[in-house]
Design a protein around this ligand. Sequence first.
Ligand code: SAM
Length: 293
Amino acid sequence: MIYTHKELKNKNDKIIRDDILDNFKSISPTAIVTSYPRAFTDIPYEKEIYQWLQINCKNNDVELNKLLAPEIEARYKLTNKILDELNIKQVVEIAAGYSSRGIIYAEKGYEYVEMDLEEVARNKVRLLKDITNIPNNLHIVSGNALNYADFEKCEKLLDKNKELAIINEGLLRYLTFEEKEIVAKNIYNVLKEFNGVWITCDVTPKKFIDKQNVCLPDFNKNLNKVTSRNDLQDRFRDIEHIKAFMNKIGFKNIDIHRFIEMKEQLKSFEILGVAKEEYNELLENAIVAVIKI
Ligand SMILES: C[S@@+](CC[C@H](N)C(=O)[O-])C[C@H]1O[C@@H](n2cnc3c(N)ncnc32)[C@H](O)[C@@H]1O
């Protein structure tokens, strides 16, 4: 089922105008940038998804880099590992893009809500219908993470008596600190209604970008051509900065996991024929935070 919204209003009664919301559309093609490297892993559905995008999203002309695969595979698998260990069976994934996680966990019986901007949500429904069936427990919602009313649409699909995990991979890095604060407050307000946790790799600090620039020399330069919202100034400085930011929102408990935990589970090294050791520093510096109220 696909939902659209007319009135955009967040919980604090702050009206977010359409032109401001339109501002985020330039981030959407980056969902293809992250989908492509997952085709060089053993993650189910990813090859079919990328093939679909190749045929149906030709106008999204973005530079692709398969050497991103170990990083993207690590964040995907580490997020799954954390979710599995928490044993929480309801999920809202914000900015889900073209990731396969929603369909895979819905097939395992999870109640799974994906939220992304309208065009991506619409493509996601089309692509899933073309490559498989959409089960009743997978909901693709068109929405904006800065707009609390869109989270309310997700809440209505879920059971408030059960714990909730909110997941996001690859959105906050493109937002200014003011925008990050709106998203984080929205997530806090949802988690206050449910008991649960926010799992995100999206707080990875600046030092990681320096390593990314060494491993993948042109990646950030090319990403700047896709979206103007890839500004180093909008990155957290370090883990202390992340904790201070989250504490200010009201989150009390922040655990940090490092991508390197998944090193032995990454199939992309072999598929790409690259040496694991070349990625050590990159995987050491990239993190997933597990954040609780
Ligand atoms: C780098 S992609 C990541 C997609 C997916 N999570 C992945 O890892 O492949 C960023 C995603 O954020 C979505 N996005 C951008 N601004 C958004 C917003 N304000 N609210 C919700 N989603 C947004 C884009 O449409 C895009 O799908």
